[in-house]
Design a protein around this ligand. Structure first.
Ligand SMILES: [Zn+2]
Ligand SMILES: [Zn+2]
Length: 447
């Protein structure tokens, strides 16, 4: 990759040109680390010539920042709108100072009476909606076992064999840069539960799979039993994997808490009561301390809830399931899990294309391969990664999060499917790019 060098004041300015992606990131990182060590001065990376940064590019930037000698500073300046957005979504602006221009960076660093500009230097963005995934597995919780853990340790040690990893920072950089996500992390094993931040004092979650236990634990840590909260729950349907966490949602036991369970599914109340009845569970639903309300929604209506406009759609799934579309400040998040889309009906007249239209984030049940979905697992109620991409492209979705992972898949397999799906998106793309990710337990997004 071409990297220009110049000086401004006492600072070295590097100006890479082109795309910072899988192909160029390693060069960029090596160049940056070398410059940080050799220059003896702070570095401003002028991003005005960069038109795209992939996660590999971001990792390279982060690794260089971590590997820099003590006392050396690095900042990014003059990023274009798209790159700026990528840096913000990935929260890099919280770690590496961003400046609107190279001059602004130079000025901030030269004037010793001024504190180094960080977040305040970031050009203003429309408010974002935080999304946190508490559970992403489909059908059944699927925790890692000791063999899986041992396998990851083994792979990490193999990859580190000939490396000189003498400091914690070098180890962190190695983990981040050189280990695949399936080795350094895990997609997780909790079943469906996704939190959408309201920015207000109410909470909002989709589904009550086993992930809701950890959400409840965080709420108890944050608020304790003495400060009652309001929780808005949107239930896709009442299959076990979407409700089984509720008996372990501690806030449900605390008097004063309010829980509103919204669903278009007519059996929501019955299923939750039955789940907590003898002999299946020792605490009856009726004896829970919180005030719990069930609110029936109708498809095709708009509702104003916790600052969002919410609508729902009936999906193709045994026993009925519903997808939800949440809109706020022009941002659209769609939660659509447990739905079987049949390939032959995909065009603009398909109702899901309008339901997904221009979503900033589409959370989508991509449990199976297309081959499985149209053969042995036909009519099992779930969709494939291929259909996910095609629908997202038709609906001009910005980011597609594959969700409801098959419990039989290990991390390496989910990662492979993600790679293949990204590739499929490239191959099938006409004029609209969909960013494809695979959701994992603990993933934070800023929409
Ligand atoms: Zn499910
Ligand atoms: Zn289901």
């Amino acid at each position: 990759m071409e990297i220009g060098e110049s000086h401004l004041g006492n600072h070295l300015v590097l100006r890479p040109v082109g795309r910072l992606d899988n192909g160029t990131s390693a060069d960029f990182q090596a160049y940056l680390v070398k410059a940080l060590n050799a220059a003896g001065r702070d570095i401003i990376v002028d991003f005005s010539g960069i038109n795209y940064v992939s996660s590999a590019g971001l990792r390279a930037l982060m690794a260089a920042s971590r590997l820099k000698p003590a006392g050396r500073r690095i900042a990014v300046a003059a990023a274009g709108q798209v790159v700026q957005e990528i840096l913000t979504i990935s929260r890099f602006h919280e770690v590496i100072p961003l400046f609107a221009t190279v001059d602004a960076a130079n000025e901030a660093w030269t004037d010793k009476t001024k504190p180094v500009a960080t977040r305040s230097a970031t050009p203003p963005h429309p408010p974002t909606v935080p999304v946190h995934f508490w559970g992403t597995r489909g059908s059944l919780a699927a925790p890692l076992n000791h063999n899986n853990t041992r396998g990851k340790i083994r792979e990490a040690l193999m990859a580190a064999r000939d490396r000189q990893l003498r400091t914690p920072e070098a180890i962190d950089a190695f983990i981040e840069r050189d280990l695949a996500f399936s080795v350094r992390g895990t997609f997780g094993g909790n079943t469906a539960c996704v939190e959408i931040g309201t920015g207000g004092n109410e909470y909002m979650i989709c589904d009550l799979g086993t992930g809701v236990r950890e959400f409840g634990a965080k709420m108890m840590m944050q608020h304790g039993p003495a400060r009652p909260q309001t929780y808005n729950v949107f239930l896709s349907h009442v299959h076990w994997d979407h409700i089984m966490g509720f008996p372990f949602f501690t806030p449900a036991y605390i008097p004063g808490n309010k829980i509103r369970i919204y669903s278009a599914h007519r059996s929501a109340r019955e299923a939750l009561l039955r789940q907590q009845s003898a002999p299946c569970f020792p605490v009856l639903f009726e004896s829970l301390g919180a005030t719990i309300e069930f609110i029936e929604l109708e498809t095709g209506q708009n509702y104003e809830i916790a600052g969002f406009t919410v609508s729902c759609i009936r999906q193709f799934h045994e026993g009925e399931s519903y997808g939800y579309r949440f809109t706020k400040n022009g941002k659209v998040i769609v939660y659509s899990t447990d739905c079987e889309h049949k390939a032959s009906v995909l065009d603009n007249s398909y109702p899901f294309v309008s339901f997904f239209r221009h979503a900033d984030l589409l959370i989508f049940d991509a449990m199976y391969s297309l081959a499985d979905a149209v053969s042995v697992k036909e009519d099992w109620g779930h969709s494939s990664n291929i259909i996910a991409v095609e629908l997202a492209q038709l609906a001009r979705v910005k980011k597609l999060a594959m969700f409801h992972h098959e419990p039989a898949y290990d991390d390496a397999r989910i990662e492979r499917v993600l790679g293949e799906t990204i590739r499929y998106e490239e191959i099938s793309r006409e004029d609209h790019k969909v960013e494809v990710i695979s959701a994992y337990d603990g993933l934070d997004l800023s929409v």
